[in-house]
Design a protein around this ligand. Structure first.
Ligand code: AMP
Length: 123
């Protein structure tokens, strides 16, 4: 799947549509999810054009990879999530995971008990 430069997160990166920004550096932008699924629901996206987790990990440079994960960690810290009751990171990739926006992103959920890991189970 090729990158769609008009996806909603690309438009946020270009400043064409607003977001509730939490953090920004050279490698990542973090903002609150428009339709929160938990008391705290943030998104962290790389500034580069990567469709999915696979695409990001295959094509991004070492510098971008490290920069992204450092930024993710900075966001977790700045949201006050470290060392207390915990939080959840989630990244949907492709059809089975219901990825809606084709720009790689990590969800951060926190500030409440988050329940079971999945709404479906093979158990
Ligand atoms: P995913 O299903 O993993 O692709 O999740 C995409 C997420 O992006 C969903 O949780 C949406 O609520 C969120 N989202 C979509 N548009 C916006 C927007 N303009 N600002 C903030 N979050 C958004």
């Amino acid at each position: 799947m090729s990158y769609d430069p008009n996806n909603i997160f690309a438009k946020i990166l270009k400043g064409e549509i607003p977001c509730q920004k939490i953090y920004q550096d050279e490698f990542a932008l973090a903002f609150y999810d428009i339709n929160p699924q938990a008391a705290l629901h943030a998104l962290v996206i790389p500034t580069g054009p990567y469709v999915s987790s696979d695409d990001f990990h295959e094509k991004a440079s070492e510098t971008e990879l490290v920069g992204y994960y450092r930024a993710l960690n900075n966001v977790i810290e700045s949201l006050g999530l470290k060392g207390n009751d915990g939080y959840r990171l989630l990244s949907n990739s492709g059809k089975n995971a219901h990825q809606e926006v084709p720009h790689f992103h990590t969800h951060i959920f926190g500030n409440q008990a988050l329940g079971p890991m999945l709404s479906v189970s093979n158990k």
